[in-house]
Design a protein around this ligand. Structure first.
Ligand SMILES: [Zn+2]
Length: 225
């Protein structure tokens, strides 16, 4: 009986080995839902990561300096129980980007959770040149204007001509840089001091780029990649 079992197991492994997956097979729609962060590790190599500063450091003289950990506390009989949360951006600077958040009782596990979450949330970003001042048909900006929301925060991203740089709030820059966007104009509305919502709204705006349906002729016209 045991022998049969092992034989079956070996057969299964053989079957798996025959399935060949290629890097080009990876797409947001095709791999939905992703349940293991290792899948993303396999398909997208040379990923870089960056941490969004969403908290405040404590201290004298006003404190309030931005820090990468958002620290909260729960009051208990034993004393205060601190908890840390952080937000991580990952991307390959060439069209793939992900944003994730992690919480834990200590700092390092919180970051690990955030990285894992970011990998599961990877999306492909459509780039192009939608600026009437430029019209170079290269993928240095975005093809059209998009709006992303989270809480009270709204982020509007607009195409910009070559050389303008990222004209956007600093924490959003980290996200756009890793997505591979070089030039952008923006407008923000609402409580943008809440960096958690700001980063998420910016990410949602990038998601909107893939959701919008585009005509064949516009793909050439705007140089969408
Ligand atoms: Zn251009």
């Amino acid at each position: 009986m045991d022998n049969e079992h092992t034989a079956n197991a070996e057969k299964k492994i053989d079957n798996n080995a025959n399935i060949s997956v290629q890097e080009s097979d990876f797409d947001k729609e095709g791999w939905k839902p992703k349940l293991e962060s290792e899948i993303v590790d396999y398909f997208i190599r040379d990923m870089e990561q960056d941490i969004i500063k969403l908290g405040q450091s404590k201290g004298k003289f006003g404190g309030g300096k931005r820090s990468i950990w958002k620290q909260t506390q729960k009051k208990t009989k034993e004393g205060n129980k601190p908890k840390f949360s952080t937000m991580v951006v990952i991307g390959n600077r060439n069209g793939y980007v992900g944003l994730g958040r992690g919480k834990a009782k200590e700092t390092v596990p919180a970051r690990e959770k955030a990285i894992r979450d970011a990998k599961l949330n990877v999306i492909s970003v459509k780039r192009g040149c939608g600026s009437w001042e430029c019209g170079c048909r290269e993928g240095h900006s975005i093809p059209f204007k998009v709006l992303g929301k989270c809480g009270s925060v709204k982020v509007e991203l607009m195409p910009a001509p070559k050389g303008s740089g990222l004209v956007v709030e600093d924490e959003c820059k980290r996200l756009l840089r890793l997505a591979g966007i070089k030039d952008i104009y923006s407008k923000t509305f609402g409580q943008i001091g809440t960096k958690v919502n700001l980063a998420q709204a910016c990410f949602n705006a990038l998601k909107e780029l893939s959701k919008t349906k585009i005509r064949e002729e516009d793909i050439k016209k705007l140089g969408i990649i």
